[in-house]
Design a protein around this ligand. Structure first.
Ligand code: CO8
Length: 304
């Protein structure tokens, strides 16, 4: 009950945010356009994240991940993503986010595997904390979130997509899934529970044990994504879906989202240190390091 009371407290200011956003649309006479209209909002020099404000629906931010070549999530990138989302949450003029990639062909290759290889326990712990912190924010943000998955999305890439409120994926030779076991590592409980919440226990059990990477059609069938569209339409369709989300009064949408997500977010929050200790202990073991080293070597040699 205490948790629900806290969630409820956020509702009041969201009503006024929703009202001011719709008032703004009335004042500007903005109407939906099929084409995505964006203006550049901010991207610090050397940053890995670009934020672009929609010119029509100014309460929508398009967050483009831009760490070359494959949006590998290292500690700095995860921290920047977390700060970006926090800034958007604290800016009352935003109500929704489209998360996508600026790098062609890849939404995100997941965690930067080099961050888990031959690093000190201290660094490994800090790295894992940066992932947990970003995930807790993304999963339970009051902003409406749509993933525009415009390329491959394995492991941590899939985690980000699953954490959004809606997922639109590009058709084509892309894959998505939690493939951790293929590296000889194991998806932690919060990855697993998120997947179970999305596509059920049996599917998750099979997919996690095999490290299944789904084609877009397979991902749609099992519910890992909500929709598949041609690559060139991914962002505009994601935008249309987000607009639908934003037509719901914010206080009701947010309360409903938090009632569904609060428990898993709190579960990780209450076990954060335990989860860090487990990850650090696991990943720094000799056998696991060997396995990761072999996988990295395989990645490098893939195209030879
Ligand atoms: N980390 C670091 N480097 C990477 C990664 C990565 N995840 N993915 C690719 N790279 C590197 C490649 O080695 C290559 O480097 P180089 O140019 O020096 O040879 C470069 O990025 C480009 O990669 P590709 O040429 O392979 O690019 P493609 O566009 O052909 O393919 C793919 C893109 C499909 C994404 C492909 O690169 C791929 O399959 N990558 C591996 C993805 C993967 O397996 N990620 C798993 C990460 S683990 C994770 O996210 C969760 C861990 C949870 C741990 C829990 C433990 C308890």
């Amino acid at each position: 009950m205490e948790a629900l009371r806290k969630i409820g407290q956020t509702g009041g200011c969201l009503v006024s945010r929703a009202l001011s956003a719709s008032l703004h649309r009335r004042q500007t006479g903005a109407v939906p356009l099929l084409l995505l209209q964006q203006k550049r909002y901010y991207a610090d020099p050397g940053s890995y994240v670009q934020v672009v404000r929609d010119t029509v629906y100014e309460d929508i931010a398009v967050v483009k991940m831009n760490r070359k070549p494959v949006n590998g999530l290292n500690k700095d990138f995860l921290t920047e993503l977390n700060i970006t989302l926090e800034k958007l949450e604290n800016n009352a003029s935003y109500r929704g986010v489209i998360l996508t990639s600026a790098n062609p062909g890849v939404f995100s290759a997941g965690l930067d595997i080099t961050e888990m290889y031959q690093k000190s326990p201290e660094y490994t712990s800090a790295f894992w904390r940066s992932l947990q912190d970003f995930w807790m924010r993304l999963y339970s943000t009051n902003l409406a979130t749509v993933a525009a998955i415009n390329g491959h999305s394995p492991a941590g890439g899939c985690l980000m997509a699953l954490s959004c409120d809606y997922r639109v994926m590009a058709q084509g030779k892309f894959t998505i899934g939690l493939n951790e076991v293929q590296l000889g590592i194991v998806a932690p409980f919060w990855f697993q529970e998120l997947m179970i919440r999305t596509c059920g226990e049996r599917e998750t059990e099979k997919a996690l044990q095999l490290g299944t990477l789904y084609s877009p059609e397979e991902a749609l069938k099992v519910g890992v994504v909500d929709e598949i569209v041609p690559l060139e339409d991914v962002t505009s369709v994601a935008r249309e879906r987000l607009i639908k989300w934003l037509q719901i009064p914010d206080h009701a949408r947010v309360l409903s989202k938090q009632m569904g997500r609060h428990q898993l977010r709190e579960k990780l929050h209450s076990k954060q240190e335990e989860d860090i200790a487990f990850f650090t202990n696991f990943i720094t073991k000799d056998a696991i390091q060997k396995s990761i080293g072999r996988y990295l070597e395989g990645l490098k040699n893939r195209k030879k």
